[in-house]
Design a protein around this ligand. Structure first.
Ligand code: PAF
Length: 284
């Protein structure tokens, strides 16, 4: 595994690999790597001749009151976790956006996904978040020019939006969605879990329990979204600040009042200051 910080170094390596006819897999991350990321890296290593992992806490996808400054930065440990990758690209914000760049679209060309995909779920409270994600992912695609790119289903709205961007902009990359990795308790792995106290972690179990119960009820024949939402409230207590619990189409995020196999149940809850998301597909 080789660690580089400069776009030019990535370009040179990619050029060489392309010349040799090798396929390239790409796993974009913000670091603080856990077993969820590792599962993406392993998928890429299995499928592709070479794997590139980016580690970049992307400032333009954080809102003004979000956790950009305190987001965990653990490059050394991340390099160890991602050692199966061939290349780790860890640029600085200046390398990605230019010296003295400012967090404003007056100064930067953005890729903005359709409003319909952003005015709901996480996009509703995280204004500008998906503009920042699509912009950086597009930049990475231009730098790495991967054949395949691997994204976790944990950030399912992100995955759906990236697929839409790739289709609409004819980007020559295949997007591979990878299943959520969970602790034995059911808690979905997330870099933000490290913010939770042991008590909050206990409260966080409600998200997966509630989603699994919704799926169980659906499998037993309940398809009415409002009835399924009602069952969820039994799992929440005063420590849970529910942001949304929504049933939406797996391709276009349209709201579903009657659930079917193409439905995803999405949830976001704040526990203390920690915002947690999870989702479950009604399929399989
Ligand atoms: O999912 C993430 O970690 C980030 O949103 C991504 C895709 C690496 C872009 O910064």
């Amino acid at each position: 595994m080789r660690l580089v910080h400069k776009i030019q170094e990535v370009r040179e390596q990619i050029k060489q690999w392309k010349k040799e006819g090798l396929t390239i897999g790409f796993v974009p991350t913000m670091g603080a790597l856990h077993a969820g990321h590792l599962s993406l890296i392993k998928k890429s290593v299995e499928k592709c001749d070479r794997t590139v992992v980016s580690i970049f806490v992307n400032p333009i996808q954080f809102g003004p009151n979000e956790d950009l400054d305190k987001y965990p930065r653990t490059l050394e440990a991340d390099c160890e976790t991602a050692k199966e990758a061939d290349l780790i690209f860890a640029p600085t914000p200046a390398e990605m956006y230019g010296e003295g760049f400012r967090l404003s679209n007056d100064y930067l060309t953005y890729v903005i996904p359709p409003y319909f995909y952003m005015d709901k779920l996480c996009g509703k409270s995280r204004i500008g978040h998906f503009d920042g994600v699509c912009t950086v992912v597009n930049k990475f695609f231009n730098i790495v020019q991967p054949d395949f790119a691997f994204f976790g289903e944990k950030d399912r709205q992100q995955l759906i939006i990236i697929r839409k961007m790739v289709k609409d902009l004819n980007i020559p990359v295949e997007i591979i969605g990878c299943p959520i990795v969970r602790e034995d308790s059911g808690l979905a792995l997330s870099s933000r879990n490290s913010y939770l106290t042991p008590e909050q972690k206990e409260d966080a179990l409600a998200l997966s329990k509630l989603l699994f119960n919704i799926k169980k009820c659906y499998k037993q024949g309940i398809t009415d979204a409002s009835a399924l939402k009602e069952t969820a409230f039994n799992y929440l207590n005063s420590h849970h600040n529910l942001e949304y619990l929504d049933f939406r189409d797996e391709d276009n995020l349209e709201e579903k009042s009657i659930i079917d196999d193409k439905t995803i149940a999405f949830i976001a809850v704040k526990i203390g200051n920690v915002r947690l998301i999870d989702n479950v597909s009604m399929k399989d």
